[in-house]
Write a protein that binds this ligand. Sequence first.
Ligand SMILES: Nc1ncnc2c1ncn2[C@@H]1O[C@H](COP(=O)(O)OP(=O)(O)O)[C@@H](O)[C@H]1O
Ligand SMILES: [Mg+2]
Length: 335
Amino acid sequence: MEQTTSGAPDATASPTLTSPPPQGPAVSVRGLRRRYGSGSTAFEAVRGIDLEVARGSIHALLGVNGAGKTSTLEVIEGLATATAGEVRVLGLDPVRQRREVRRRTGVLLQRSGFVGDLTVRETLEMWTATVTDPRPVDELLELLSLTAKADTRMRGLSGGEHRRVDLACSLSGRPELVMLDEPTTGLDPESRRQVWRLVRELREQGATVLVTTHYLDEAESLADKVSIMRAGEIAVEGTVAEIVAAAPSQISFRTPAEQLSLPTGEVSTDGELTVLRVDDLQPALTELLVTARQGGVRLDRLSARTASLESVFLDLAGDHHEKPETHDEPQETSR
Ligand SMILES: Nc1ncnc2c1ncn2[C@@H]1O[C@H](COP(=O)(O)OP(=O)(O)O)[C@@H](O)[C@H]1O
Ligand SMILES: [Mg+2]
């Protein structure tokens, strides 16, 4: 194997069209909008989002059903066009340079449609036939712990096994970037953990993973960076530690009959409960307790907690009133 002498610039090295430099984000999105329908029935599902996914990272798009995750991902995947905005995937245009993007990315759709009569092996053979330089089917079966199910028909699989076949397909081309739309929805705990392990392995091998989820624990446990989507916008973004550090802590207690002078913070009363949101929990709590003792006031149902990803998420979901509540039912996507 030849080695270039260190320090000597290689004059022949020049960027080629097919392999853009590996620096720069794996995904870059600017001002993305996506509208469904037109006229009075038009609905804007994605409302001007910016997103940057660092190479070699796991980035989670977290949000309740209907937040716009799938609508966003489909544009990044090149499966739908944006109403406005700009998208670059590995430095390429996912629509105009679709072939190149498809070769280097793996996509797991929220809902896949495989023929129930085919066996797992036949399904993977059919799929890998469409992929340039695929992993061998036996390797894929092994990777997803499906070897024992190779000759089972698709319709005979459990939800978790079916999802693993979907995943096997999305990983068949050894993608640099993997986009997974709710990879673990409906899976049992053990299958979910297996998917998580696999996603971490992908990152260890140098791949970038963009994953949507409505599970907080999934985002918390997997993601290097989380973007919380709400009503077509990215409401909060950062590492879990950053998101939690930026959010207020909360103190709550049953509203006492007596007047109390409360520490500075945002105060609200939810029925009979007084809720205080404060930036720094310890001094606020001390002040409250001292005041209560001096006034001889008893604070029933007293609770104090620092922010968590869950409290941030619930707060976001809670103060959004412009749309009807989230749907529990699986809903139609654009295809
Ligand atoms: N084909 C469509 N036509 C009209 N509205 C749609 C269509 N697909 C999705 N929507 C709406 O767009 C919003 C975002 O949907 P979606 O991107 O699927 O959200 P998520 O993946 O976060 O659950 C929802 O309110 C949904 O009802
Ligand atoms: Mg979705």
